[in-house]
Every structure is written in structure tokens, then in C-alpha cells.
Write a protein that binds this ligand. Structure first.
Ligand code: C2E
Ligand code: CA
Ligand code: CA
Length: 741
């Protein structure tokens, strides 16, 4: 019963042509006049019920009439019998009385002879009446006639009939026994009549029983006919109603399950047949609109190419269960039109669209029939290249595209030449999914764009890994401060003559949940990019200042210990963040006069406007400012005079090995002289060996910081160092003093 529409296998239905109304194709529509109905369920079943009703009526009438007849018969028989018996009874008593009188006459007893004759006439009349009630041609009638005959003959024989009576003389007692015998015989005959009548009644009742049998047979025949009719109508009901309804139900279930090609079989052209046809029309309309919707959902309306969703579905399928060798080796080309925005801006969106349509056609002309060209949106296109083992097919297609774009486009009166930047990626075993493949191709295209446009860039896994690593850090950074993943290490800043710890520099680390402990160089630049530096910076300032205040209070000889905190200049221009920093420093718990804010020279030089003003307002809290990495920024010496600095931290490159000792000594000496003139304190960074330490001492540099003096360490180790109070790398004078005491 799975009727398929001829010529359309499921899933291969062609897309409806543009502009066609989904319901227009083939559906009968509600008001379309279909062919005349040839059968009518209503008419048929009305007739069937009429036939049944008539049969019932006939049955009822037959029963009523039959029973009525039967009753009449019985009544009639019993009434007649009663009349007969009454008449016979009257006749009998009259005969008895007459016999009595007859005996008196024969015995010559005094009797009224004329009364006897009247009696005789009366009895004759009674015989007549009785004969009238008895049906003719019956045995009882014969008997009656015979009795009448016998009675007349007996009377006549004894001289008692009619006029004979008057002439009867004397006693005839000798005749009395004969007379009595003949009277007895007549009585017997009358008794016979009674018997016959009863027998007749039996006959009548027997007739009724026969009638009843006929009635029974008639009723049974009617019942059999009703049974036959019921079986017949049941079969018709199954064939004409139940089956079509079931088939319709089946069709509805199929449609619900998404089989839009299933059609209901039309059994007959009756009401249900019309319903089935209407359903089929509806199913066709649903299929058409489903196809139109699917087409709309998977295609770009402007170019008719597959859209992003369709491309992703295609790629996802090749990663999933439907994966074959051909699509495991697929390549993906990401295409972005160069400077398309300018076309749109100068010619308008309509012409921009017209260009995209022509462009799409050229792209399609550059690929093989089973490669997929999709428009991802705007001026971005992608091509899935099937079965490209080494990437040569993808590169070939990219080359053909470059070639195809060389010819100018004509949009209205305008003649345009466009180029495209393309990124190509080859699917590898470790490519996790479709989205990643697309991201990789996009990344390659991005590099092509930044590498000068109008070119193809092959995917570079290392660069991509770096980018994704950075992207992951970017994503996780926001949670670092609120979720307590930041740590602080402190590096002592040392008095180079005595070896005493004067201050500590707070250096931040990030305990990343999966990547481990990260150095600031790995995430501070990203935090500056994302703006998370504000939160990180405030956390460092708050934590370091409070912790150092605690040490000052708790540890002996630490009451002047200061703490250096690095500040990114990104933190300064934002008024809200500046206020937050100010709030932290204004809190007495922070002890701002023992806090040094380190700002790099380069950063300050780059943002002279907000940065310097902001630092000046911060200094109102009593905080000191150090210029970090001094000497690397090439800032003019004149600008140094306007910076609100208290300390110069000479960059470690001045102590580095690349410069000759004499050269670095000269530079250091210059900086130290300059600082002295500007009344700035100096900290030399990067003291890594004794030789450097000695040089600084010889140049009369008072403070230093470096691995040779102390490495950055967690708070507990710094506390231990401070508590011990031992000088770090003490000078010869200090050593002597220590030995003396
Ligand atoms: P910086 O401010 O110049 O900090 C000193 C850096 O030099 C530290 O690296 C320290 O471990 C390292 N260092 C110290 N002594 C020596 C030495 O003798 N030789 C060598 N080669 N290196 C030495 P770290 O901790 O990796 O910090 C790197 C940079 O990250 C810092 O440079 C600073 O610019 C930045 N930074 C650290 N913490 C923060 C922070 O809380 N906020 C901001 N904005 N930046 C921070
Ligand atoms: Ca620093
Ligand atoms: Ca530094």
C-alpha cells in the first residue's frame, strides 16, 4: 500500500523552480471541481437500512396477523361449540319431558293430549334450530337428522305422532319398553352429536397448531434472510468503509513520520474516496512546501549556492558515519573577496549583489561537478574539494579562480576587476570536526589577506596552534582573577653595599587549570588586549600592598620595606579603573607611601596624554613611581624631566654580555649621573653575577635586583628570607663589620 508518486523517489525530488507557489503543482485545491462522484455511501447505506426496516416491519405484521388469526380460530370454535351444546341440551331435556308424557299416554293415564302435540311441534322447531347451528355436511348434522328421523318414526310407531295422539285409546303398557328403548337410542344419538362437536373442536385446534407452524417457518425464513443481509452489509462495510479508513489512517501516520511521497489508495469514488483524494492533494502540497523550505534553508537566496548551514552539514557528514576515503581526503578552500566593502560603498549594495552573483557563477565554473561551492555570507565563499590527497587539486582550483578573476566584471555601466584572498586546508587525521576544518581554512585565508591579498595561503599548523593557544588563554583569562588562579612571587630589591632587602617587586603568575603555571610574558600582553589587565592589575596591587603591609608589621627590621607593583599603561586611561586603583591605594591597609608603581618608559612615552596625568593623580596618595626597563624606550631625555618619576630601574640589557664592559660602564655611568641630577633613585636590574655586582658598586649604584642577589620566590620563602635578616651578597665592608660584631 506504499503508493509512491511515479517518478519521484524519496529524497531526490528536484527543487521547485524559483517563484513557484508550493501548493500550485498538482494539488486539486478546495474549490477545484473534481470528477463526478460515482458512488454514494449515504445513498447506499440509507437503502440498506430501509431494506432492513421493511423486513422488520413485514416480520412484525406477519406475526401480529398470524397470532390474531389463531386466536380468532380458537374463539370461533369454542363459541360455536357452546351454542351447539346448549341447543342439544335444550333438545335433550325437551325430548325427555316429551318421553315422560308419551309414557303417561301409553299407560292411559290422564294427560293433556293437545299439550303433547304442542310439545311435539316445539321439539320439531328445536330440531330445526339445532340443525341450523350445526355446520352442514358434518357427522353431527347427519346424526341430528337421523335422531329426528328416529324420533318421528318411534312416535309414529307407537301412535303418538301428531293427529294419531287424539285417536290413541286404552292402555298400551306393553309398548312402553319399546318406546323407552327407542328414546334411549335417540338420547344416544344426541350424545354422539356432542362427541362429534368435541372432536370438531379438536380439529379446529389442530388447525391452529398448523397455522402456528406456518408462522414459525415464516419467522425463521425472515430471520435467515436478516442474517444473510447482515453478513452482506458487514462485508460491504469492511470493503467500503473500514479499509479506506484504515488506509487513510496509515497515510496520515506516514505523513507524520515525514514520508511526503506516500499516497492513499482511492478504492472507489465515494465520500471516502473524495476524502482520500483531498488527503493526497494535501500531502502533495506539504511535500512541495517542505521541499521549498528545505531549499530555502540550505541555499543562499542571492547566488543559489549552498549556504553555510549546508556546507557544515556536508562537512559534518563526511566526518561522521558517512565518511569515505574520498571525503576523508577532502580539501577546503576559503575565499574572501579583497576590498569588497569598497565596491559596496562606492556602487551600492544592489550592484555589489550583482557582482556577487557573477562571481558565484565563475567560482562554480572553476570546480569539478562533485565539489561543493558555498556562500558563507557577505563576500566569503568556500569550496569543498573532494578526494584531494596531497592538496594539489585544491591548489589547482585556487589557480583557476585567480585566472577566472583576471577578466573584468560588468555591473551596469561599471567595469570592475576584483581579486580574492584564499586559504586552503587539507583534512588531516587529527582534524577534530567540520567546524575546526573551516576555522583552519579561515585562518589560512586571514594570513593570505595579511600577507598582501590576491593570493593563496596554505594552512600552517604551527601558526594555527599558536593562535588557538592564544585564543584559549583569551577565553579563560576573565576567570583567572575571580576564580583565584593568580599567584604572586616577590623578588627582593637589595642595598648593594649592605646586602639588605629594601623592597620587593611583586611578579604575577597564572596557575592555569589545564596549562599549568604561566609566566606573565605569556598572558599579560593578552590581558592588555582583552582588557582583563584591569582586573589582574587591581588584584596584584591589592594583594601585594596588603601582604607587604603585613610583613612590615610582623617581621623585625622590615618597617621600611616597600613593595613594587608593575602597572600596565593600559590601566591608566580608563577612569573607572583609575578610580579602582586609587581606592586600593587610599585604603590605609595598603600603606601607599610604601608602594612603588612601576611603569615602563616605552608605555608612558606612547601615552603621554592620559598616562602621565593619571600617574600624577595617583601620586597624591603618597605612592612612588618607578620608570621600569629604563633605557630600552629611546625616549628623549627631555621627556624624562616631565615624568612624575621617583626611581629609575635600569634595564638589564645595560649589564648584559652583548655590550663590552667598557661600553656598558660608560652608559651606566651616564644614566647614574643623569639620575643624580634629576634627584632620582636608581635600581639596576638583571644582576646575574659577582662581576656585575662589583661594577655597580664601583659606579656607586646603590640598589640592585637580579638572580645573583635573589630570584623571584613565593611569599613563604620571602618571609623566611626577611625573617632571617641575613644580608644578600654583602660587600667586603659589610662582611668585615659582620665579623667584628
Ligand atoms: P619586569 O617588570 O622587568 O620584571 C622583572 C622580570 O625580570 C621578571 O620576570 C624577573 O623574573 C626577571 N628577572 C629578575 N632578575 C633577573 C635576572 O637577573 N636575569 C634575568 N634574565 N631576568 C631577571 P617575570 O616575572 O617573568 O616578569 C616579566 C615581566 O612581566 C615583568 O618585567 C613585567 O613587565 C611583567 N609583569 C610581571 N608582573 C606583572 C604585573 O603584575 N603587572 C604587569 N602589568 N606586568 C607584570
Ligand atoms: Ca618591573
Ligand atoms: Ca624591568
Amino acid at each position: 500500500m506504499d503508493a509512491q508518486v511515479p517518478g519521484t523517489a524519496p529524497g531526490t525530488a528536484a527543487a521547485p523552480p524559483a517563484g513557484s507557489h508550493p501548493g500550485a503543482a498538482g494539488s486539486p485545491g478546495p474549490d477545484a471541481a473534481g470528477p463526478e462522484r460515482t458512488w454514494s455511501l449515504q445513498r447506499e447505506w440509507s437503502r440498506a437500512f430501509l431494506v432492513m426496516l421493511t423486513a422488520l416491519l413485514i416480520g412484525a405484521v406477519v406475526t401480529i396477523v398470524g397470532v390474531r388469526g389463531l386466536m380468532n380460530q380458537v374463539e370461533e370454535t369454542s363459541r360455536r361449540l357452546q351454542v351447539e351444546l346448549e341447543k342439544v341440551e335444550v333438545l335433550r331435556s325437551a325430548l325427555d319431558a316429551h318421553e315422560q308424557l308419551g309414557h303417561q299416554l301409553l299407560a292411559n293415564a290422564p294427560a293433556d293430549r293437545s299439550a303433547f302435540v304442542r310439545q311435539q311441534d316445539e321439539i320439531s322447531r328445536l330440531f330445526g334450530e339445532t340443525a341450523a347451528v350445526l355446520p352442514g355436511d358434518t357427522a353431527s348434522r347427519e346424526k341430528l337428522d337421523a335422531a329426528r328421523q328416529s324420533w318421528q318414526e318411534a312416535l309414529a310407531a307407537h301412535g303418538l305422532w301428531g293427529s294419531q295422539v287424539q285417536s290413541l285409546q286404552g292402555s298400551h303398557l306393553d309398548q312402553t319398553p319399546a318406546f323407552a328403548a327407542s328414546s334411549a337410542a335417540i338420547r344416544m344419538q344426541l350424545a354422539d352429536i356432542r362427541r362429534y362437536s368435541l372432536a370438531e373442536m379438536d380439529d379446529g385446534l389442530a388447525h391452529s397448531a398448523e397455522l402456528e407452524r406456518f408462522l414459525f417457518i415464516g419467522r425463521s425464513a425472515l430471520f435467515v434472510a436478516a442474517l444473510g443481509a447482515t453478513a452482506y452489509f458487514r462485508r460491504r462495510m469492511v470493503k467500503d468503509i473500514i479499509r479506506p479508513v484504515e488506509s487513510m489512517h496509515h497515510g496520515v501516520r506516514k505523513l507524520q513520520a515525514g514520508n511526503y511521497n506516500h499516497r492513499i489508495e482511492v478504492f472507489r469514488r465515494d465520500e471516502l474516496g473524495e476524502l482520500a483524494e483531498a488527503f493526497n492533494g494535501m500531502a502533495l502540497a506539504v511535500r512541495n512546501s517542505h521541499e521549498a523550505l528545505t531549499h530555502r534553508a540550505t541555499h543562499d537566496p542571492l547566488t543559489g549556492l549552498a549556504n553555510r548551514a549546508a556546507l557544515m552539514e556536508h562537512l559534518t557528514a563526511s566526518f561522521g558515519a558517512g565518511s569515505t576515503r574520498r571525503n576523508r581526503n577532502e580539501g577546503l578552500l576559503f575565499i574572501d573577496i579583497d576590498d569588497f566593502k569598497e565596491v559596496n560603498d562606492s556602487l551600492g549594495h544592489e550592484r555589489g549583489d550583482a557582482l556577487l552573483v557573477q562571481l558565484a557563477a565563475r567560482l562554480v565554473a572553476c570546480v569539478r561537478s562533485d565539489d561543493m561551492v558555498a556562500r558563507l555570507g557577505g563576500d566569503e565563499f568556500a569550496i569543498v574539494v573532494m578526494d584531494d590527497d596531497a592538496g594539489s587539486v585544491t591548489a589547482g582550483i585556487a589557480e583557476r579562480i585567480h585566472e577566472a578573476l583576471r577578466a573584468p566584471f560588468f555591473v551596469g555601466e561599471d567595469r570592475l576587476t576584483v581579486t580574492a584572498s584564499m586559504g586552503a586546508v587539507q583534512r588531516r587525521l587529527d582534524t577534530s570536526d567540520a567546524a575546526e576544518l573551516l576555522r583552519q581554512a579561515d585562518f589560512a585565508m586571514y594570513l593570505a589577506k595579511h600577507g598582501g591579498k590576491a593570493r593563496l595561503q596554505l594552512f600552517d599548523a604551527e601558526g594555527y596552534d599558536h593562535m588557538t593557544y592564544r585564543a584559549a588563554l583569551k577565553r579563560d583569562l576573565a576567570a583567572a582573577a575571580p576564580e583565584g588562579q593568580l599567584r604572586l612571587e616577590y623578588q627582593p630589591i637589595v642595598d648593594l653595599t649592605s646586602g639588605a632587602i629594601l623592597g620587593v617587586e611583586a611578579l604575577v603568575r597564572w596557575q592555569h587549570p589545564t596549562l599549568g603555571l604561566l609566566a606573565p610574558s605569556e598572558f599579560i600582553p593578552i590581558a592588555e588586549e582583552t582588557g582583563d589587565i584591569d582586573a589582574v592589575g587591581c588584584w596584584v596591587l591589592d594583594t601585594a600592598s596588603r601582604q607587604a603591609a603585613g610583613w612590615r608589621k610582623a617581621l623585625p627590621r622590615c618597617e621600611h620595606l616597600w613593595v613594587s607593583v608593575n602597572l600596565s599603561t593600559i590601566q591608566l586611561p580608563n577612569p573607572r579603573n583609575l578610580a579602582a586603583i586609587k581606592r586600593i591605594l587610599a585604603d590605609p591597609a595598603a600603606q601607599a607611601d610604601k608602594v612603588v608603581l612601576e611603569v615602563t618608559e616605552t608605555a608612558l612615552a606612547g601615552s603621554t596624554d592620559g598616562g602621565i596625568a593619571a600617574l600624577k593623580t595617583l601620586k597624591e596618595t603618597g605612592v612612588r613611581v618607578a620608570i621600569d626597563d629604563f633605557g630600552t624606550g629611546y625616549s628623549s631625555l627631555s621627556s624624562l624631566a616631565v615624568l612624575p618619576a621617583d626611581i629609575l630601574k635600569i634595564d638589564r640589557s645595560f649589564l648584559g654580555r652583548q655590550a663590552s664592559e667598557a661600553q656598558s660602564a660608560a652608559m651606566l655611568e651616564g644614566i647614574l649621573g643623569l639620575a643624580r641630577m634629576l634627584s632620582l633613585e636608581v635600581v639596576a636590574e638583571g644582576v646575574e653575577d659577582r662581576r656585575q655586582l662589583e661594577l655597580l658598586r664601583a659606579l656607586d649604584c646603590h640598589m640592585g635586583q637580579g638572580y645573583f642577589l635573589a630570584r623571584p620566590a613565593p611569599a613563604e620563602m620571602i618571609v623566611a628570607l626577611l625573617a632571617a635578616g641575613a644580608p644578600l651578597q654583602p660587600g667586603p665592608a659589610e662582611l668585615e663589620r659582620a665579623v667584628d660584631s
